[in-house]
Each structure stands twice: as C-alpha cells, then as structure tokens.
Ligand binder design. Structure first.
Ligand SMILES: Nc1ncnc2c1ncn2[C@@H]1O[C@H](COP(=O)(O)OP(=O)(O)OP(=O)(O)O)[C@@H](O)[C@H]1O
Ligand SMILES: [Mg+2]
Length: 499
C-alpha cells in the first residue's frame, strides 16, 4: 500500500487542499520546533554558563512561552483542517459510491450483498476519519520536519547531521517491511467484518422465517463463530502493531543515543561549545519523532484505506452501456425483440431462451410463462438492466445497446415484481417520476390503481407515512401504490411485472 493513494486525490478533491495545508502547517511547526530548541539552549547556556540573572533571561523565556502557544495554535489548525477535510471527503466518497451504485444498476446490485455494501458506505468510509485526522497531518510533518531540522543541525554540527542522515532512512525501511507483513491481515479483517454485517442483516431480515422454522437459536451460534474470527484477527493485528512500534521506538532511541554520546565526548574534550551541543541534542529526537509516529498512525489509518480501496474498486467498474445516442420517441417507434437470449453469469442454462417478438405502438402484450421462464428477465433486458447474450432489443430500427439508456428509461414506467416503497408518505411514493404533480393528480393515479379507497380510509390519507419497504400496508396494497406510481409517471411504455 502506498503512503497516499493517488485515487483518493482523484475521487475526493478536498484531499488536495488538505495535503497542501498539512505541508504548510508542517513547515510552520518545524520552524517553531527549531526556534524552541535554540531558545532552550540559549536559556540553559545563559543560566548555567554565563550566570545570567532573571532580568537577562526574561526575554528568551517570554519567547519560549510564545513558541509554545504557537505550537498549540498550529496543532489546533491542523486538527481543524483535518476534520473539515475528513468530513468533506467522506461525504464526497459516499455520494460517488451511491451515484455509481445507481449507474451500475440492478444487475450489479444483485451480485452484491446489501449488508456488505452498507458497511462499506457507512462504517467503512467512516474509518477514513483516522486517516485524515491523524495519518495525513503526521505524514506532512514526517516529510517537512526532518528536512528542516537536519538543515538546522548541519549548519551547527555536520557530524551529528551525518549520523542522523545515515540512521533516519532505517525507520521508513522498517515501516515498509512491517507494512508488507500487516497488509494481508488488514484485508482479512475487513473481509471478516463485512461478512459479519452481511450475515447479520440477513438473519435480522429473515428472523420471522427462522423463528417459525425453529432456526433462530442456531443462527446465534454462527454469528458467534464469525464474531470470534473477527476478534482473533483484530488481536493479531494489534499484536503486530505493538511489536512494530516497539521496534521503531528502539531504533530511534538508539540513533539519538549515538548522536548524544558523540556530542558528549566532544563537549568533554572541549571540541564543541555548549550552545551548539544543546541545540543539536534538543533537535535530534525531533527529527525521528514524526517519522516514528507516522508509522503508528499508519495502523490506525489502515482500516480506512482498505475500505477506500473497496470503494475505488466499485467506482472503477465500468457501467455497461453509458453514452450512446438518444433513444427515438417510443410513441412512434415499435419495440422488437430479435432472437434475444439472456444469460446470468455462472449459469449454464440461459435465463431467457431465444425470444423474438414485435410490439407496435399502442399495443398491449401479455407475456405468459411458468415460474422461472424468464419473464422478469425479459423486462430487465427491455429496461437495459440486463445485456443480451445474443440477439438485440430494437426500439424502432435502433439497437438498444447503441442508445443512451437514460434517455430510453425516461420513456418507461415500470412496476417491478417486488416494488420498493420508500420510507415516506404515500404521496411521496407515488410522485418520484413527477415530483411537481399536485395532490389531485396523485389522487387520480391512486384511483386508477384502485387504491384511493383504502388510502382515503387511512388516518392521514395520502399523507400517511409508510415504514421502510412500505411497512403499514398489505402486500397487495403496496402493489397498487406502485401501480399508481407508474400511472402518474404517464410514460409511453408501461412495463408491469405480475401486477
Ligand atoms: N440474478 C440472477 N442470477 C442468476 N440467475 C438468475 C438471476 N435472476 C434470475 N435467474 C434465473 O433466470 C431465470 C428466469 O428468471 P426470471 O426472474 O426472469 O423468471 P420469471 O419468468 O420472472 O419467473 P416468476 O414468474 O417466478 O417471476 C430463472 O431460472 C432464474 O433461476
Ligand atoms: Mg418474474
């Protein structure tokens, strides 16, 4: 895994601004660190070597206090920028993920587990918080501070600078080695978590069924098993994280000790003045600190990065049939299936066997077939959700595959076999195709679907709130609301799946 995923820059623009801000704040922080070291050296030399009194030491002490305030301000600004950027990036990624899921369409959603996708969009993207609030600012510091500190040390004492230059790269080298070792574990942990939530959602949705058939208890055991796996994976990762921070700590402590011992020898032999020695001594650990911490933050950030990886994997899937020319007006053009065969991946039998037919404008056609014959699949092909394996869907004389699917779908009103009602009022559920339709039009559509009678009997009429998936209505009533939705849309092509 790279320190910064370039796709994050591409898909979340707020990242760029934030990176620039981190580097600028890192520079300010580095300047303050150097000023602080010089002031401390100055004060110590003044108090112990020159024997200065309180009055002579007041200005540097005051400056030191100012520097401390400055460092606090810099870290506050960093925190502020990090949370702003984090929030912006998360909402941008969520929006894109949703948009893309819609673009990829039902055929792709069918192949996904809803629970996993939900975890990704919520908890997964939330894990980016650590990445922005802690890892990226630290990365900015890790790039800027060692360079600035080294530049200061080299002007004071080149031997110490040389020791630091030789030992400093060992830290990122170690981090890379550790990163390799932990990567596969992080991936595994993420997979376990998404499996857990997918399974959990499944069990909750199916609880009534499981209860009736006496299997609810057994599901608890399987959830326990998956949770156990997740716990073990987390502990293993943590163990590695602790070990690796121990190794990095040790490495930088030994390096600083090397610098210190050398300076001590030269101070004893009078080859160096106290001020220079102190400045270098105070600064040396500061060169290692940000690099070491970036390693620690990396573990906190890794979960977010893994989730971001999954988001990018979704975003990089090409939706089938984007672009193309606008579809002809369905009022004038007929619809034809020309030797259409549809297959689902991984199935040997075609889901829709070779079908040809012609439907002229104004015609009503019923498609009849036994369960699993491919009626819904046929409608999916006409909607452009399922791509033909062989043959074509023709609109007028144009192949649907060459047309812009959006412009075609704008002409279709569709009632799926299991219509989805959103949590909202009945009127809102009838209106999606024509959000500006007035209540009279909504009532007329409900009347056409023979739904007005039971809707009017509800306490709030068409403003009655429904639960998720239309909770509060019977299955047949839901079907009628969906019919009313299609009627209100008033589009030239009407597709009704088992209405
Ligand atoms: N997502 C899918 N993946 C794999 N195979 C599928 C998928 N959806 C449907 N099939 C298969 O395609 C065939 C046709 O399914 P389809 O839903 O079109 O049938 P249908 O005629 O609408 O049936 P019903 O009357 O029960 O609604 C079935 O044999 C089914 O097993
Ligand atoms: Mg069907």
């Amino acid at each position: 895994m790279k320190p910064i995923d370039p796709r994050l820059l591409r898909y979340a623009r707020a990242t760029r601004f934030f990176l620039a801000a981190s580097v600028a704040l890192g520079l300010a922080g580095a300047g303050l660190v150097i000023a602080q070291a010089m002031l401390i050296a100055e004060i110590v030399v003044g108090a112990f070597q020159r024997g200065d009194g309180v009055t002579a030491l007041t200005p540097p002490l005051g400056l030191l206090a100012l520097v401390a305030v400055g460092r606090a301000v810099v870290s506050w600004l960093t925190e502020l920028a990090a949370h702003r950027a984090g929030a912006a990036v998360k909402s941008e990624l969520r929006l894109r993920l949703l948009e893309w899921a819609v673009r990829l369409g039902p055929s792709w959603l069918d192949s996904q587990r809803t629970g996993e996708l939900t975890t990704l969009a919520t908890r997964g993207i939330d894990a980016l918080d650590d990445y922005f609030a802690r890892y990226l600012p630290q990365l900015g510091l890790a790039v800027v501070v060692p360079v600035a500190v080294l530049a200061r040390i080299v002007t004071a004492d080149w031997i110490s600078a040389l020791i630091i230059v030789v030992t400093l790269p060992l830290i990122p080298l170690f981090m890379m080695l550790i990163g390799w070792a932990t990567q596969s574990r992080m991936d595994r942990q993420w997979r376990l978590l998404s499996r857990l939530s997918g399974h959990f959602l499944d069990v909750v949705a199916g609880l009534p069924t499981l209860k009736v058939f006496g299997r609810a208890k057994a599901q608890a055991a399987s959830i326990r098993a998956i949770t156990g796996d997740y716990r073990r994976a987390t502990l293993k990762t943590l163990r590695l994280a602790f070990l690796s921070s121990l190794a990095l700590e040790l490495l930088s402590t030994v390096s600083v000790a090397l610098v210190a011992v050398d300076i001590g020898m030269r101070l004893v032999h009078g080859e160096m003045d106290l001020f220079t020695g102190l400045v270098v001594l105070v600064l040396a650990p500061e060169a290692y600190l940000p690099l070491r911490q970036v390693g620690a933050q990396y573990h906190a950030a890794a979960e977010g990065l893994t989730a971001a990886d999954e988001v990018f994997a979704v975003l990089e899937r090409e939706p089938s049939g984007v672009g193309g020319s606008p579809a002809p007006d369905a009022r004038g053009a007929g619809l034809a299936l020309d030797g259409l065969v549809v297959r689902h991946p991984g199935r040997t039998e075609p889901s829709l066997a070779r079908t040809s037919c012609e439907i002229r404008p104004g015609e009503t056609v019923a498609v009849v077939g036994s369960s699993g014959a491919g009626k819904s699949t046929l409608l999916n092909a006409v909607l452009g959700f399922a791509a033909p394996h062989e043959g074509r869907v023709l609109i007028g004389d144009r192949d649907l595959a060459s047309l812009d699917p959006e412009s075609w779908r704008r002409q279709i009103a569709w009632v799926p076999q299991r219509p989805y009602l959103f949590a909202g009022t009945i009127a809102e559920n009838v209106r999606p195709a024509r959000p500006d339709a007035d209540d009279e039009a909504v009532r007329a559509a409900l009347r056409d679907a023979d739904a007005l009678r039971f809707v009017s009997a509800l306490p709030d009429g068409i403003e009655t709130r429904l639960g998720e998936m239309g909770a509060g209505l019977s299955a047949g009533q839901r079907q009628r609301i969906a019919l009313a939705r299609a009627f209100l849309a008033d589009r030239p092509v009407l597709l009704l799946d088992e209405p």
